[in-house]
Design a protein around this ligand. Structure first.
Ligand code: MLT
Length: 265
């Protein structure tokens, strides 16, 4: 499905019935990431999964992008669908950075948070330099070169080695990222604000979910987030790296389903 927002056409999935559950994908992914969750959770939620601007089937629009701009897009998306009821927002990695930005600006729209494979701290100086290198590579060698280079980091080592279908799937999910999306998101991540001060102010039920073998965001960072958010709980998913929700969907879906159940009507 598509919906026209102010300056671009956004592609999304809207499935199931119940309280809204909004999934926000990471970089350089798309809503295809959430397929196992969409299938498994439609009986308990109205599952919404947009492609962020520049990714998946959403229109590639020129930058600059920012986490706040992505959050504004989500707000406009909920407005366009006339969803007034506060939603559970579930963001993975960059989707988590967007979720923090969304919470800062639109807390009244948030029923709960599921922070997946994400971090609160901003990029280090070396991290920022790596963003610049990746953007230069995308412009010179093409998006595929950057995307292919990411695969080994996204999955737990044993999944990378033994599950070729998963490697193929991760690659397919990233295949529609546009150059504008990739460069826009790299710059937006590089300049993203520190979300650490936000953590103590989060006043909605929050679940942190992290892969035991995430090599992009170390588990220690998820523990710090869980410690800093009042009442938050951390669930560690075994046999999974950064893309835990497709590496071990049964375990991931189980903890998300339990969390939704704990929120009540
Ligand atoms: C993501 O998965 O969204 C990115 O790897 C996050 C990042 O590069 O900081």
């Amino acid at each position: 499905m598509y919906i026209q927002l102010k300056d671009f056409r956004l592609a999304y999935t809207d499935a199931g019935q119940g309280p809204p559950l909004l999934f926000v994908h990471g970089y350089p992914l798309s809503r295809g990431l959430w397929e196992p969750q969409i299938e498994a959770l439609v009986d308990v939620a109205r599952v919404l999964a947009p492609d962020l601007r520049g990714f998946g089937d959403s229109q590639p629009v020129p930058g600059p992008y920012s986490m706040e701009l992505f959050a504004d897009d989500l707000n406009a998306f909920l407005d366009a669908l006339e969803i007034d009821e506060p939603a559970v927002i579930c963001g993975l990695s960059m989707g988590g950075y967007v979720t923090f930005a969304f919470y800062r600006k639109y807390a009244h729209r948030v029923r709960g948070l599921v922070l997946t494979s994400t971090r609160a701290v901003p990029d280090s100086a070396e991290g920022k330099a790596r963003r610049d290198q990746a953007a230069a590579e995308a412009m010179q060698a093409g998006v595929a070169s950057v995307v292919d280079g990411m695969i080994p980091k996204l999955l737990a080592p044993q999944n990378l080695k033994n599950r070729p279908e998963l490697v193929e799937r991760a690659s397919a999910i990233m295949s529609s990222a546009s150059l504008q999306g990739v460069v826009g998101a790299l710059n937006a991540m590089k300049d993203r604000p520190d979300s650490t001060p936000t953590l103590g102010r989060i006043a909605v039920p929050t679940l942190i979910v992290h892969g035991a073998e995430d090599s992009i965001v170390p588990l220690a960072e998820a523990r710090q987030i869980a410690d800093a958010i009042p009442g938050a709980r951390l669930e560690v998913i075994p046999d999974a790296g950064h893309l835990l929700n497709i590496e071990n969907p049964e375990a991931y879906n189980r903890v998300v389903r339990q969390f939704l159940g704990s929120l009540g009507a």
